[in-house]
Design a protein around this ligand. Sequence first.
Ligand code: SF4
Ligand code: SF4
Length: 430
Amino acid sequence: MSLWIGPMRVHLNGHKELTSHNEIVTVKPKGEVFIPLNVSMNHRAEVLVKEGDTVVVGTKLGIGPEPFAIPIYSPVSGVVGKVIQMMHPWLKPTDHLVIKDDGKYTFARSFDPIDIETADRETLVAMMKEAGLMGCGGAGFPTFMKYKNPQGIETLIINAVECEPYITADYRTMKEFLDDLVYGTRAMLKASTAKNAIIAIKKNKHELCTKLQALLVNTPEIKIFMTPDVYPMGWERTLVYEYSKKRYDRLPSEVGFIVNNATTAVSFAQALRQGKPIGEKIVTISGDGVKHPVNVRVPFGTKVSEIIEAIGGYSAEDVHIIAGGPMMGKTITTDQFVITSYANAITVLKAQKIDPLPCMRCGRCNDTCPACLLPVRINNAEEAKDLNLIEKLRADQCIECGLCSYICPSKIDVTEGVRRAKRALQLRKK
Ligand code: SF4
Ligand code: SF4
């Protein structure tokens, strides 16, 4: 079954001007980083170091179990501490390995650099795995798994759309490392066996597109694909449809595509060129809940509370902290969690008291859903705890884009109801 794509008409106020023109600020941890040991929601890495060991940037700290057997590297130099439990942006407490940062950032090469002109496909895929590359679009899925056994892949899509409000981390990363974006795209293209690649980018990014076009002048197999400025254009399914008018059931590979985020391509290029795994991240810290919205460069494993303090603090006492953007991110009730190797943003919004009105049956949420669901009916079925109806209404296909809440004139948090319905279905399956 191929899933339908709903109308893509919603242009959101991006608030991107808050951070898109500001210089990136480097923030160092205050003395410790906390490295999440989970390489996926349900897979914890085996720790390869012990308390008291000395480590440098690039020391292998652990490795995940099959099929997620990717390594975790130290982003700082220092001494290994204990394993403690902390909240994770996946909204559950997980084990984190403490590294006491000596502030020197001594570096040892983790693997040899690779030249993509001479390397074969298998070597490039092995490098994706060895570098511990995880998708930087927010989901944190090991990248090599998409490339392990590519069958019938025609086109690689590098997703530089970044359609969520407030987030400009990809944009700033691309601006700073445009050459790496092209190099990483070429490497991924070779690894994918696809015939061509597109870099999908919103059409309002004129300056970036012009520079990118100049870099691609001798690379005819990679083209720029400009997308409209609507939400959620960065969703894989929407992007594949916008480019090809093809729909798929589970994975883009069913219709001949691999999709990766632009920052993942940059990270891959840096691993190939420098023999260095991802140690630091460019992350957008924005929203009306912080005094000085900005993109920061931090070692992953840095606490969010320390970053907010370093950039000037909160602008209000009562704020909502969201790991990710305001539409698809997860609200976390504490700032005692860390930047992961695949994080792209922390959005902080002033808390607002919202008194929802009764549903006026306007149908706007149904008309807007990009997954062609009936959010209001799912919400009602969830309230009635009617699991059979929830299943029939395909709540499991919700991508949690947040549009049904955003669009609702009665200010009903429809998305939260659909999320609860999804979770109820998942629990029934267990
Ligand atoms: S969050 Fe709402 S609009 Fe978005 S996919 Fe889910 S049901 Fe549809
Ligand atoms: S948009 Fe809001 S008011 Fe309109 S049908 Fe959906 S839930 Fe009801």
